[in-house]
Design a protein around this ligand. Structure first.
Ligand code: C2E
Ligand code: CA
Ligand code: CA
Ligand code: CA
Length: 278
């Protein structure tokens, strides 16, 4: 009826249209940001749970514009994924990360691995390995300093193809981590077939460790990971109590505000110097 049509029109106007406009604004902002080099990389330490020593870090993209300040990844990554701009952002992140890490290695401040997040679109690129080879070569960073974090959603889109790409990356000495484990859909049958090194437990599970049920859940995930010979990283660790519980559960590595928030390259350099003196 006419009445219904009007309602539909209003609905479109009020919410869908606003969403589309917002999306377009973010898309334009990203395009401008890429042109002006407003994308930068922060680093969050990953610590050995037993020794408390730094073993690596996760590279996290930051979008900082002079006008709007820091724009959270939660607001621009989904848009960038949709528009495909994530491909260019991902390339910038990888290039900058490799340059930063090469510098810290040359200064004698670091010898571990840096983990970089790969979006599904990036992981599916037919020339992903060649692109990574190029970036490593340009920055003169040996491949064994690199780890890539991918999610269940990414690999489950096409598990057979994913295994193929993962094997190619592993052949180069690059490590692979399953990110946000337990939040997506993946089958144990596949998990066994993926050539992974690391399993990252999502922060949501760590948050739930204040209940017996939640601790059981993390215990189960750690057991699965160890049965598959994977190193376990717990993300989003904020409290000493969580650290103690994770230690008891034999989780190997922790990442979270308990040790440090993600730091700018400058501040992470200072963190590395501090670590060295310990
Ligand atoms: P993620 O890969 O799960 O990264 C961990 C997120 O948790 C980061 O948020 C980090 O800052 C935050 N975090 C770490 N420890 C704590 C803690 O103790 N407490 C709390 N409250 N938060 C903590 P961030 O940097 O905002 O990134 C959000 C998401 O955006 C990432 O989740 C990842 O999915 C995506 N992302 C970030 N950088 C990149 C990138 O370079 N490429 C791609 N494709 N995605 C990225
Ligand atoms: Ca990650
Ligand atoms: Ca994660
Ligand atoms: Ca997460």
């Amino acid at each position: 009826a006419k009445h219904e049509g009007a309602n539909r029109y209003l609905f479109f106007n009020d919410s869908m249209n606003k969403l589309a406009v917002k999306r377009l604004q973010v898309e334009n902002l990203i395009r401008h940001g890429l042109k002006e080099d407003y994308f930068t990389v922060f680093y969050q330490p990953k610590m050995d749970i037993v020794t408390g020593q730094l073993v690596g870090m996760e590279a996290l993209v930051r979008f900082i514009t002079p006008k709007k300040g820091l724009i959270s990844p939660a607001s621009f990554i989904p848009v960038a994924e949709e528009t495909g701009q994530i491909l260019e952002i991902g390339e910038v992140v990888l290039q900058k990360t490799c340059e930063d890490v090469k510098r810290w290695i040359d200064m004698g401040l670091f010898h571990g691995r840096v983990a970089v997040n790969l979006s599904a679109k990036q992981f599916m690129l037919p020339f992903l390995c060649e692109q990574i080879d190029d970036i490593l070569q340009r920055s003169e960073l040996p491949s064994y300093h690199l780890e890539l974090e991918i999610t269940e959603g990414t690999v489950m889109q096409s598990p057979t193809l994913a295994i193929d790409t993962m094997k190619k990356l592993r052949a180069r000495g690059i490590h692979l981590a399953m990110d946000d484990f337990g939040t997506g859909y993946s089958s144990l049958a596949y998990l066994k077939q993926f050539p992974l090194n690391t399993l990252k437990i999502d922060k949501a599970f760590i948050d739930d460790m204040n209940t017996a049920r939640g601790r059981n859940m993390v215990d189960t995930i750690v057991t699965i990971a160890h049965n598959l010979n994977l190193t376990v990283v717990a993300e989003g660790v904020e409290h000493a109590e969580q650290l103690q519980q994770l230690k008891q559960l034999r989780c190997e590595i922790i990442q979270g505000y308990f040790y440090s928030k993600p730091l700018s390259a400058h501040d992470f350099g200072l963190f590395l110097k501090q670590q060295k003196q310990q």
